[in-house]
Ligand binder design. Sequence first.
Ligand code: IPM
Ligand code: SF4
Length: 470
Amino acid sequence: MSAKTLYDKLWESHVVHTEQDGGVLLYIDRQLLHEVTSPQAFSGLRAAGRKAWRMDANIATVDHNVPTTDRAAGIADATSRLQVDTLDQNCAEFGIQEFGMHDKRQGIVHVIAPEQGLTLPGMTVVCGDSHTATHGALGTLAFGIGTTEVEHVLATQCLWARKAKSMRIWVAGKLGNGVSAKDLVLAIIGRIGTAGGTGYAIEFAGPAVQALSVEGRMTLCNMAIEAGARSGMVGVDAVTIDYLRGRPYAPIGKVWDQAVAVWGELRSDPDAQFDAEIRLEATDVAPQVTWGTSPEMVVDISAQVPDPALEQDPVRRKGWSDALVYMDLNAATPISSIPLDKVFIGSCTNARIEDLRAAAAIARGHHKAASVKAVLVVPGSGLVKAQAEAEGLDRIFRDAGFEWREPGCSMCLAMNADRLEPGERCASTSNRNFEGRQGAGGRTHLVSPAMAAAAAIAGHFVDVRDWAMH
Ligand SMILES: CC(C)[C@H](C(=O)O)[C@@H](O)C(=O)O
Ligand code: SF4
């Protein structure tokens, strides 16, 4: 038997039917739904007189449009309210379980599914959302789909798909103190570019990846899409199993034991061949800060804003110059001198408990700079929020002048009331720094939670590895 990659194993175990042209009907074990990309899917089912084929394989929550302040007051914005109400009604009508706005298990869809044990190794996981790649951290094949496909999965629990090529990103060594999974994935994207993973399913592997917690692995896989790949994944090991034990929807008793035995096989065989291999040294990775309008426009904290004149490729040179204009930055400006107006600590990339702990460890005993207008801390779920409060992290943030909010996507993409005003500059732990992403005219710098907290306190970017001196 030939050696297989993790991707091969996950793919092959879900093939229902193969067409002559190579198109494959894949079985989908779990579909996650949120309010933005599901309304037309439900309307389509209704119009065709169809039901959801396997109700308990689907789970829904509201995240993009929910307010992060006073929820008892309801949703002020009419469009947001309609989207949230529509999901509630659709779930009630089609018999799908939903963690609604007032449920303590509500949160960002990619945070709550792993947290609940709804994402389990060996599954195929889909959602009408590009950051579905996150779930690959648990040894799943997870990818984002469009609304028509959401309807197809609701109706049949299957999906037409084509197998991608395989890429392994091997990270040797160990990340330094103060350097996180976020810095690693930004450094990877800086190296391979936002199209570097296009057409591939990426497996992250090597000692530095194995040393990460499951939450860190989720941060890595979350941003596989920003490297152009629809899925990212990490093989199952003892860390994965420990993370899942005792989660509400994880199996128990004898079934758990059987599952663990099967899950243990979910990693690439030692001699498996990949279509592309990339290798990085973890010790070379420094805290990262993006300076432009694409996640690949990223440098080390000790660097300067790059000079487009030094870029040979004319298309890239133009992209860099345009980005500098939008970001209102000059070439050769030291990254550490860039002042911030706002800071956002949240999103499906970095709003889990370990992210909040990392931010709190920096903020403890300090206060935000007077020049920073607002620092939003938005936990990824109601349970992350409760855990953070049990550990007193909310106190640390409030004492530092940070705002402690209710869970949701929030200022990651400004679909709710949390947004940047035109021209405002933000240090953000989210995953996209596109023009207008956090509000029209807003300027986004992507960083890790520790780097965001440090920037909030200093008023400009600082190297968290020097933080002990503060
Ligand atoms: C709203 C949704 C379709 C979108 C996505 O697919 O990623 C959003 O979550 C984002 O991060 O831009
Ligand atoms: S937190 Fe941001 S990236 Fe994640 S699902 Fe929400 S909007 Fe998309």
